[in-house]
Design a protein around this ligand. Structure first.
Ligand code: AVJ
Length: 326
């Protein structure tokens, strides 16, 4: 179903006001902590979203390619399990690339609701997708899906499939992942399904390479957060004063990303001063890794039963089809 028709106009729901107001507050809060931190969701401005798309193409970054192959291989299976007339809700839709693999196989999907925090990205991707799937109702929502989003899913819980690819669930601390998934299970209702991509635990070398690419794209992605603060919040970060740092923390099973100050320095954000010591870091992202078993246990406690799990032969990545118990 890929007709090259003219783009259909789509309207993006919800105003950006709430998101933008939170940025300054979150930055001042995070930099004010003894262990400085910034929320990973702010990576995704226009440039950050483009850099992330570049990351997905890197040799070292196996998750996107592996998950895409898993979806291509098992979309028929997934379509058979969920049945006809599905409303597909995607959390963090980005470029809406992977979802096409599902839409191509689903039996007369009724609607597609992409939710994303990058407004421009959402608008462009949704319009493209709507043009390629003329029979599909496309209603993008600009929102932070972690905070909640306004959506009424027609057709009943058992006709709802939420799609949360990319191992974005790995950005949550496990306790938060559990409460987020529990909220989603209640919100979507008993009988709804969730198709979720989760990066697997694996040898440290492979994990660390994926976040320390030779071309330096991940470093640029990480540093772009400081550029964004400079631009949007009147920040004075010297981009040469910080370096990208990413490593696997074995004890807790996560990749950590930091920005490390190369010297003692003072930085202003909206006039508020912050001191950095040489070697001090800003913790910018966590990316938790789960064995298939660990993840199914976490999901089960959150109200989701596993209908199926698929992994690639090299055991790099997993996708789980879950069923809400309400
Ligand atoms: C989009 C959160 C899944 O953790 O692998 C990629 C983001 N950060 N490279 C990940 C990311 C650095 C990515 N997630």
């Amino acid at each position: 179903m890929r007709n090259a028709t003219a783009p259909r106009p789509v309207t993006v729901a919800q105003s950006p006001a709430k998101l933008d107001a939170g940025f300054l507050e979150d930055v001042l809060d995070g930099l004010g902590l003894a262990e400085k931190t910034l929320p990973a969701k702010y990576f995704y401005d226009e440039r950050g979203s483009k850099l992330f798309d570049e990351i997905c193409e890197l040799d070292e970054y196996y998750p996107t390619r592996t998950e895409t192959a898993l979806l291509a291989d098992h979309a028929g299976d997934i379509a058979a399990q969920v049945g006809p007339g599905i409303t597909l809700l995607e959390l963090g839709s980005g470029s809406s690339t992977k979802v096409r693999l599902l839409l191509d196989r689903l039996d007369h999907p009724k609607a597609y609701i992409p939710v994303d925090i990058s407004r421009e990205h959402l608008q462009v991707s949704a319009a493209r997708l709507a043009a390629d799937y003329p029979g599909l109702k496309v209603t993008p929502i600009f929102a932070d899906y972690v905070q909640g989003f306004p959506v009424s899913v027609e057709g009943g819980a058992d006709r709802t499939l939420a799609f949360f690819p990319g191992s974005t669930i790995g950005n949550f601390h496990p306790v938060e992942a559990q409460s987020f998934l529990a909220r989603l299970a209640r919100r979507l209702g008993a009988g709804s399904r969730l198709l979720i991509g989760v990066d697997l635990k694996k040898p440290k070398e492979r994990l660390e390479a994926a976040y320390n690419d030779a071309a330096g794209v991940t470093a640029a992605f990480n540093l772009n957060l400081l550029e964004r603060i400079n631009r949007e919040l009147d920040g004075t970060f010297d981009l040469d004063g910080f370096t990208h740092l990413a490593f696997y923390n074995d004890d807790v099973g996560r990749i950590e990303m930091h920005l490390k100050s190369v010297r003692d320095q003072k930085v202003l954000v909206a006039g508020v001063p912050f001191r950095f010591e040489e070697g001090e870091t800003i913790h910018t992202e966590d990316s938790y890794k789960y064995s298939a078993d660990e993840f199914r246990k976490l999901a089960h406690v959150a109200g989701w039963s596993a209908d199926a799990t698929w992994t690639d032969d090299a055991r790099l990545f997993s996708i789980h089809l879950l069923n809400s118990r309400g």
